[in-house]
Design a binder for this molecule. Structure first.
Ligand SMILES: Cc1cc2nc3c(=O)[nH]c(=O)nc-3n(C[C@H](O)[C@H](O)[C@H](O)COP(=O)(O)O)c2cc1C
Length: 303
């Protein structure tokens, strides 16, 4: 049988197991010049809220060893403008469009799910349950009861495949994963950024105006692997891994611990054409290993 990169995550079928991570690829337009975007199983857009958001004061990013900190604060154009101007373009790249949604409160998430449900050409909704960089943005990611209540209400508001994106900034990610499963999520994605900080000691100042920010990039990969391993064991849902992925080997490591697909985020800032390179290398590695589908590797970790 010839090699197929096709993967199935519950109701979501993807032509490849590599997706872009929210906030790291805009809505596809900027990346399109670097590679044929069909190398990605889906483009996941930056979080969209009901109203436009300006985000946090600058500076909002800082480079750190093997990664970056960001406190963008969910800047986005808001639902109306996104649906009118950006979504049609996002649907035109020869790959699936996944919309990531974020609300200030419960009602805003539900409103967004209901309104996106009426739009054409959306493959799935990803709920950004956690936003460490906005005030009060962590409740749904850290409290299992709140998480379950929100996911259930979003589930009732849309028939689209629903992905619950988990935060690593919790005592037990397994507990939150199970809460999202009980609420009716189809898929879990893990993880969002780790809260961190960077300081310029000469100025005695934090490097981010927000003081703290979300840590991402290759430095967090071992931390994310541990989270994905836990999540995959705790819940029966398919898992999309996120955190520090920069190569086909990284993607395969996450699949072995239980991910059905992976998102690449920060590394797109280093190598904007890494999607095509990762997929080319993935094909080579799977053929070398005598594997006909990446799905054969999912959860095969010997422990
Ligand atoms: C600049 C930047 C902006 C981000 N914006 C969002 C966002 O709007 N919504 C979201 O769910 N995650 C956002 N994230 C988190 C990423 O989607 C991803 O979960 C995280 O960066 C870990 O993956 P990575 O190490 O491959 O970057 C953002 C990350 C970065 C670096």
């Amino acid at each position: 049988m010839p090699l197929s990169l096709n993967v199935k995550l519950g109701p979501l079928e993807l032509a490849t197991p590599l997706l872009t991570a929210s906030g790291c690829a805009g809505y596809g337009k900027e990346l399109d010049q670097y590679q044929d975007l069909s190398c990605f199983g889906a483009i996941v857009g930056k979080s969209i809220s009901r109203e436009p958001r300006l985000g946090n004061p600058y500076p909002r990013t800082a480079e750190v060893a093997a990664g970056m900190l960001n406190a963008i604060g969910l800047q986005n154009e808001g639902f109306d403008s996104f649906v009118k101007s950006t979504l049609p373009k996002m649907r035109s790249f020869g790959t699936k469009a996944i919309v990531n949604v974020v609300g200030h409160d419960f009602d805003e998430y539900v409103w967004l799910c209901r309104h996106f449900d009426a739009e054409q050409g959306i493959a799935a909704l990803e709920l950004n349950l956690s936003c460490p960089n906005v005030k009060g943005g962590m409740k749904f990611a850290t409290d299992a009861g709140e998480c379950e209540r929100l996911v259930r209400a979003c589930r009732d508001a849309t028939k689209l495949p629903l992905i619950a994106k988990l935060s690593p900034n919790v005592t037990s990610i397994s507990e939150i994963a199970r809460a999202a499963e009980r609420g009716g999520a189809d898929i879990l994605s893990a993880v969002n950024t780790f809260v961190g900080m960077s300081v310029d000691w000469r100025r005695r100042e934090p490097r981010l105006a927000n003081v703290t920010g979300g840590m991402s990039g290759p430095a967090i990969k071992p931390l994310a692997l541990r989270c994905v391993h836990e999540v995959a064991r705790a819940a029966r849902l398919p898992v999309i891994a996120i955190g520090g992925i920069s190569s086909a080997d990284d993607l395969l490591e996450f699949m072995v611990v239980g991910a059905g697909a992976c998102q690449v985020g920060t590394y797109l800032f280093v190598e904007p054409d890494c999607g095509a390179a990762i997929i080319a290398d993935l094909k080579k590695k799977l053929i070398e290993a005598g594997v006909q589908s990446p799905s054969e590797l999912v959860g095969t970790l010997k422990v």
